[in-house]
Ligand binder design. Sequence first.
Ligand SMILES: CCCCCCCCCC/C=C\CCC/C=C/C(=O)SCCNC(=O)CCNC(=O)[C@H](O)C(C)(C)COP(=O)(O)OP(=O)(O)OC[C@H]1O[C@@H](n2cnc3c(N)ncnc32)[C@H](O)[C@@H]1OP(=O)(O)O
Ligand SMILES: Cc1cc2nc3c(=O)[nH]c(=O)nc-3n(C[C@H](O)[C@H](O)[C@H](O)COP(=O)(O)OP(=O)(O)OC[C@H]3O[C@@H](n4cnc5c(N)ncnc54)[C@H](O)[C@@H]3O)c2cc1C
Length: 666
Amino acid sequence: MVVASVDNLADERSKAQFDVGAMKIVWAGSKHVFDVTDRMARIVASDPEFRKDNRTTLGRKELFKNTLRKMAHVVKRANELRLTEEEASKLRFFVDEPGYLDLHWGMFVPAIKGQGTEEQQEKWLPLASRMEIIGCYAQTELGHGSNVQGLETTATFDPKTDEFIIHSPSLTSYKWWPGGLGKVSTHVVVYARLVSGGQEHGIYGFIVQLRSLDDHTPLPGIIIGDIGTKFGSGAYNTMDNGFVCFNRVRIPRNHMLMRFCQVTREGNVCLSDVPKQMVYGTMVYVRQTIVSDASWALSRAVCIAVRYSAIRRQFGSQDRGIETQVLDYKTQQSRLFPLLASAYAFRFVGEWLKWLYADVTERLQANDFSTLPEAHACTAGLKSLTTSVTADAIEECRKLCGGHGYLCSSGLPELFAVYVPACTYEGDNVVLLLQVARFLVKTVSRLAAGKKPVGTTTYMGNAEHLMQCKSSASSPEDWLKPSVVLEAFEARAFRLAVACARDISKFSTPEAGFAELSIDLVEAAIAHCEVIVVSRFIEKVQQDIPGDGVKEQLQILCFIYALHLIHKHSGEFLSTGCITPEQATLANEQLRTLYGQVRPNAVSLVDAFNYTDHYLGSALGRYDGNVYATLYAQALRDPLNDTVVPDGYEEFIRPVLKQTMRLSRL
Ligand SMILES: CCCCCCCCCC/C=C\CCC/C=C/C(=O)SCCNC(=O)CCNC(=O)[C@H](O)C(C)(C)COP(=O)(O)OP(=O)(O)OC[C@H]1O[C@@H](n2cnc3c(N)ncnc32)[C@H](O)[C@@H]1OP(=O)(O)O
Ligand SMILES: Cc1cc2nc3c(=O)[nH]c(=O)nc-3n(C[C@H](O)[C@H](O)[C@H](O)COP(=O)(O)OP(=O)(O)OC[C@H]3O[C@@H](n4cnc5c(N)ncnc54)[C@H](O)[C@@H]3O)c2cc1C
């Protein structure tokens, strides 16, 4: 069936004022990454084994088995096609289904690489790379997740046998949540309290075999299973998040990951000369990958909502003529375009964070730990900011699609359900912001001692100016000056951080002040993270960017990103005196103008994400815009429509109808 709505997207595409092909390269990061990504996305989209449109109709067991089949197919195709690590990881990404491979490659392997000695890496990494063993990462327990120092599992050294005894002393010490643990993994990196010579020495990672490599049964002393069905249909239920209890399970001494702390044959504990937080390194690595992933999830939701908003028409014609595209409503634009801008902002800050992570890793290898606190603060803060915004944005995109957004065939409910735990895993977002706040308060108090802030806090070195400055914006256009925008963001963040540091000092102890003022501290942390994102976006658009009109579009998006935040947090910008109410009004005026500028380019700006229809998985977001026919076809495929008269009619509908007839005769 040919539907008029299809032409809407062609019309939209013809209005683009920039080179979409060039924007695709900017979004991907480079021509090479674009080529790899595009090729892998197409391989997945064209392989029927990777079909995913039936996911929300499957029961848990079928769903899980289906994922096992897909994961095995990923491994098979990666081998057959002799894919590089980069290609295999993209292939896996486009399969778009949480599965044990994520934890094996995303956490188990990095934990061994980061925390194992060279010898241990030589032993375990080849086994893991060839997938002769499958691993996961078990830190969280039933009773403790955020508080890592509160973990209860013990690893007690027994010098008689040269072994560690891994033990779960209570129900609350059972490991609980690790992905891939419940049903699949043969091995795990377990985090436990090291005990030697009757003394505790902190939390470390230990490699434990969980299941037989012959028949997959749990090894003696191990009670293991899945923790149960999770939020949403399909969604994260493809993953076997699991529990495990260790009943005095013995492992050889050299299964403790000993890069930062060694236990000798005699049971002596030798700490190397590195900060103890190095044990948390895998979390820093994964948080950094989660920031990059946020832009994928956000851009996917935005792509669906923008395309559908161009197709959907409501009102605007009283005589049954052509109605208005909902994308033309200013309210729709004000909800949608800041999310489009955020997708680009998170893409660029994600790339920058990758660079920061590579830089700190290089320094750590040279025993330079000076940038570790900043790397921790940046990864924790940006993980928190980007995942919170993305989760909320996916839900907003669902609403932007009206009633059809609530259908699973829109792709948005499942995307939300699968994405929203990102606000919790790898560190609860509030707990992580408090880590950023701690770093900021320290930075501010060191200013008084004359210590120059570096990296992302360099701006705080301009303390006197930031405390006193008043924005010079006197027209809407002034809000298009990077220096005006940056100054407002930096001043707000700095003043909030200084106020927190000052107020904390009024309490009897810093801990008491920190606890009482934690709401303010979280706000200061968000403000600082927004400085990072805004300044990275501004830096990006100041570079040479090839392609007709590409730089101009990115500049528009950059200012939308910044000005919508000024609007959202106007209370803070005003109460800290960084801007006046009149200047806030001017910023809003400029924002409205920018929405008008982005409007003709909106569909092309989401086309630049280069998503296949398979990856989008949405009747509303299809590239060809054939929304209504697809919605109808998918409705007909619903299991409830397998029969015209439903199962249960004889048992439950007919008797009710008969009873009603009897009653009406009375
Ligand atoms: C084919 C290829 C396929 C590829 C697939 C791609 C893979 C994608 C990856 C998969 C993604 C998602 C899947 C989900 C998996 C989820 C896994 C998990 O959730 S694992 C469990 C995560 N758990 C947490 O994050 C716990 C959070 N809690 C903590 O991190 C800590 O306990 C903390 C920081 C809250 C408190 O720590 P502690 O009690 O020690 O702290 P203090 O607050 O007193 O801090 C002391 C001191 O240390 C500093 N610090 C803390 N953390 C770090 C760190 N990580 N690095 C460096 N420094 C750190 C802190 O700032 C303090 O410093 P000080 O100078 O004293 O102020
Ligand atoms: C889908 C999913 C996959 C996961 N995969 C893994 C995995 O592979 N391996 C693994 O080890 N773990 C995994 N986890 C566990 C995850 O890391 C933890 O759930 C997470 O770290 C949060 O810890 P928690 O559950 O203890 O939350 P809690 O700390 O109990 O949080 C509950 C509430 O208390 C608040 N809170 C806690 N402490 C503070 C504080 N100090 N100040 C203010 N507020 C506070 C939080 O903000 C939150 O609102 C996974 C979790 C999920 C949901």
